[in-house]
Write a protein that binds this ligand. Structure first.
Ligand code: ADP
Ligand code: MG
Ligand code: MG
Length: 206
């Protein structure tokens, strides 16, 4: 695996987020301000524009640029959170081989960035409720001898379960928390986009 695989990931994720923009916005209209799909689509289309005009020698440069693009182009909570994820993910890959272990360390670094920025805890009904089980499943798969692709497939499946488990939760972070108990009964938009991004990774980072 090389830098091209990460380019494929970002392009595939941009396509999937574009296709799901209306769905993500509909989820956000129930417990937020109805912009999550538009935010993710705008951010990832800006990444595609960068990919169209520049080439990258290394995965870390590419992913750091993707992160900076999200931070600069996307307002709201998700821009800085996903931007920080990709910045830290890329930074952790600098000089690393792209083994399953190295990618696992980078995923952890990215998610630690999300936590440093957003201060979410498990069960707060945020994207972290998808990231946390995904990391656990990834680590378990790699410990069992899996390569990157199958480990990411396990991570994406765990993220989907975490996403589904956000439905009954009461939000304690972000705009949805303003609704208090009324946020229960709705799926978290950010946990949904995280699952889409990980499913895309499982298809492309092999
Ligand atoms: P905004 O709510 O500012 O309009 P978006 O709609 O783009 O931003 O993103 C909302 C998503 O961001 C939520 O569904 C949730 O998953 C995630 N989110 C919000 N605040 C936090 C936080 N503090 N930590 C982690 N994720 C968060
Ligand atoms: Mg929103
Ligand atoms: Mg907003």
């Amino acid at each position: 695996m090389g830098v091209d695989s990460f380019v494929d990931w970002l392009r595939d994720a941009a396509g999937v987020l574009h296709e799901n923009a209306a769905y993500l916005t509909e989820l956000d209209s129930a417990i937020g301000d109805a912009d999550h799909g538009a935010n993710m689509d705008r951010g990832f289309q800006a990444i595609v524009a960068v990919l169209d005009e520049s080439s990258f020698d290394s995965a870390d440069e590419l992913l750091k640029k993707a992160g900076m693009t999200l931070v600069s182009k996307v307002g709201g909570a998700s821009g800085p959170l996903y931007g920080t994820f990709f910045l830290r993910f890329g930074t952790a890959l600098a000089g690393a081989d792209l083994s399953a272990e190295a990618i696992g360390r980078a995923l952890h670094a990215g998610v630690e960035g999300v936590l440093a920025r957003g201060k979410a805890e498990l069960g707060d009904k945020t994207m972290y409720d998808a990231w946390a089980p995904a990391l656990e499943a990834y680590d378990a798969a790699v410990a069992g001898g899996s390569e990157v692709g199958p480990a990411l497939t396990a991570a994406a499946e765990a993220a989907a379960k975490g996403r589904d488990a956000t439905v009954p939760l009461v939000a304690r972070k972000g705009r949805a928390s303003y609704l208090g108990e009324r946020s229960a009964g709705h799926q978290d938009p950010g946990a949904t986009s995280t699952t889409l991004i990980l499913e895309s990774a499982a298809r492309t980072l092999t």
